[in-house]
Each structure stands twice: as C-alpha cells, then as structure tokens.
Ligand binder design. Structure first.
Ligand SMILES: CC(C)(COP(=O)(O)OP(=O)(O)OC[C@H]1O[C@@H](n2cnc3c(N)ncnc32)[C@H](O)[C@@H]1OP(=O)(O)O)[C@@H](O)C(=O)NCCC(=O)NCCS
Length: 275
C-alpha cells in the first residue's frame, strides 16, 4: 500500500534517529518504509559525545509538554525512556533549520549534528508484550507547519521500528493527539476518567498498531466512524465519569474513529462493543 505524499515528503527531507542503549537497537527494525537509519543517527545515551543531542531532545519535551505540566526531568528521560527502550524521532540537518527555530531549541553555535524535530517514546510492559507509549512530540507548529503529518508519521514509524503491536497510552479528552491515535486505530478505553493521572480529563487506552492498521493510517484516507452509540463531548467531565462507572462495571467501550469538530466543540464517536 502506498503512503500519502505528505508523509513521503517528510521521509524525503528528514532522517530517523534512535537515542538509547545500542544493545536494544539490535532488536529493532532499522529499515522502515524503505528508509534506513544512518549509522550516525543511532545514538548511544551512554556516550558523552551525544550529550548535546540528548539535551536538544529533552528541550523538545519542555517545549511540547512543559506548559501542560507534564515535562520530564532529565533523569526520567534517561531512566524511563532512553535506557529501557530508546527514544525514536525524526531530525533535519542544521542547515535546513531556520535560525529562530535553532534559538528556540537552544542549539549551541558550535553544534553541528542532527536537529531533532519529533519524538516518540514507549516502554514494553510485562503484559503480553504490550507496550506503553508515553510521549509523542512534533515541532511542526514551531516550524511554520512545514511538515504536515509529522506527528502521525513519527508514531507510525516508531511502532514499526520498535515492533509495537498492542500499545497502551494515556492522554486528555480534547488533546489534538487524539486525531493521531484515532487515525491509527480504534482505541479501547481502559479508563474514560483517570484521577491517577496528572489531569482530571485524562483517559487510558489500548490500541492495535498492526502493520495493516499503520499502513491504512498513512494512506491519506481519514478513519471516520460509520456508526456510534454515543457522541462524547471533550468537555463533558460528568459524562466521562459516568462512562468510567460503566467501564468499571464491565462495559467494553472504544473510540471508533476520528473526532468530530462542531463550532468550538470536539465530539468522540464512542461504541459499546462485544467482548
Ligand atoms: C499533538 C502533536 C504531536 C501533533 O503534531 P503534528 O505534527 O501537528 O500532527 P500531524 O500533522 O501529524 O496531524 C495529524 C492529524 O491531526 C490533525 N491535527 C493536528 N493538530 C490538530 C488540532 N489542533 N486540531 C484539529 N486537528 C489537528 C492534522 O490536521 C492531521 O489531520 P489529517 O490526518 O486529516 O491530515 C503536536 O502538536 C505536539 O507535539 N503537541 C504537544 C505534545 C502532546 O500533547 N503530545 C500528545 C500526547 S498524547
């Protein structure tokens, strides 16, 4: 199956990188959608020579998650991402990055390497080879929207690199990332209301990122739900709490397609599914 031109354009311009423990890279697919990792972009988090790159990736997290109160300390980056599984993303050569973008990322003048523009982090869980994805960042909006599709391509590509099939995640109702997660697959709700998380409008999900689903997601065709049992408003915390009670009583629930935007509201097509 052919991937849409906008993703192909990113693949033509950007380079994939991995930042982590080289031993782990031996388990990953280093050739995805016809794109190979360059040797220099397989970066060990244990080597001093990669510390400037590590800082840039960490800075990206501050830019994308800091204002949401979910930025990670550097030690969390190392202990909970780089070492256990590795960080995947796309980068561009320094000469292709605008000056103001380099300043915003706090790139040192004498730095000459790859400039990271996106990342995805996931860690394997002990639950039947399922993973937990815990960071998706794209700096597309900081680059004047020059790379439309960067967020989706980053997650899709990462799943193929890491060999992720079933994957948990947590996010917030109303997050623009739900555009990406629902484009990739239906999202089975493990929790529709999650007080254990940072924000009270959080949800937890499980999705199937088979190769087939990944390729369909990148085809350019939107995953629109054909039917729904409920249209859930992103702002309706009471309905999310009620849905959570139903889930705890045993109801199986999934988000069945892309969010629906009406005026200033976002609605999610929810289906109640047979086990
Ligand atoms: C969320 C994020 C990763 C999106 O990155 P991006 O590169 O802009 O995303 P993409 O271009 O791949 O967008 C994928 C789709 O979502 C749509 N989309 C993106 N942002 C949107 C928004 N704010 N409102 C509506 N649709 C949006 C795009 O139009 C695109 O639609 P298409 O498939 O019909 O073409 C990025 O904004 C980000 O890093 N945010 C901060 C960190 C964060 O919250 N991460 C998610 C944690 S779960």
């Amino acid at each position: 199956m052919k991937i849409d031109n906008k993703y192909q354009n990113i693949l033509n311009e950007a380079q994939p990188y991995l930042l982590g423990k080289p031993k782990a890279f031996e388990n990953y697919n280093l050739s995805v959608f016809g794109k190979q990792f360059e040797e220099t972009n397989l970066k060990s988090c244990l080597r001093v020579e990669n510390s400037a790159f590590f800082n840039l990736v960490h800075r990206m997290d501050s830019l994308t998650f800091g204002h949401q109160g979910m930025g990670m300390d550097k030690w969390v980056f190392f202990d909970c991402s780089a070492m256990p599984a590795g960080i995947f993303g796309f980068g561009i050569p320094k000469e292709k990055a605008p000056e103001d973008f380099l300043n915003m990322l706090a790139v040192e003048e004498d730095y000459e390497g790859l400039i990271p523009i996106s990342m995805y982090m996931a860690i394997p869980t002990t639950d039947r080879n399922r993973w937990f994805g815990h960071n998706l960042s794209s700096l597309n909006s900081f680059l004047g929207m020059k790379y439309p599709g960067l967020g989706l391509l980053t997650k899709a590509f990462a799943c193929r690199v890491f060999g992720i099939h079933m994957c948990y995640g947590a996010t917030q109702w109303g997050s623009s990332a739900l555009e990406i997660h629902t484009q990739l697959s239906n999202m089975k709700l493990e929790a529709a209301h999650l007080p254990a998380h940072t924000h009270q409008n959080s949800l937890c999900y499980l999705s199937d990122y088979s190769e087939e689903n990944i390729l369909k997601a990148l085809s350019g065709e939107k995953r629109i739900a054909t039917k729904h049992d409920l249209l859930l408003n992103a702002k309706d915390l009471d309905r999310q709490k009620k849905l959570q009670q139903d889930i705890e009583r045993g109801l199986k629930v999934e988000i069945a397609g892309r969010p629906i935007h009406e005026d200033h509201d976002i609605f999610y097509p929810i289906n109640f599914v047979e086990d």
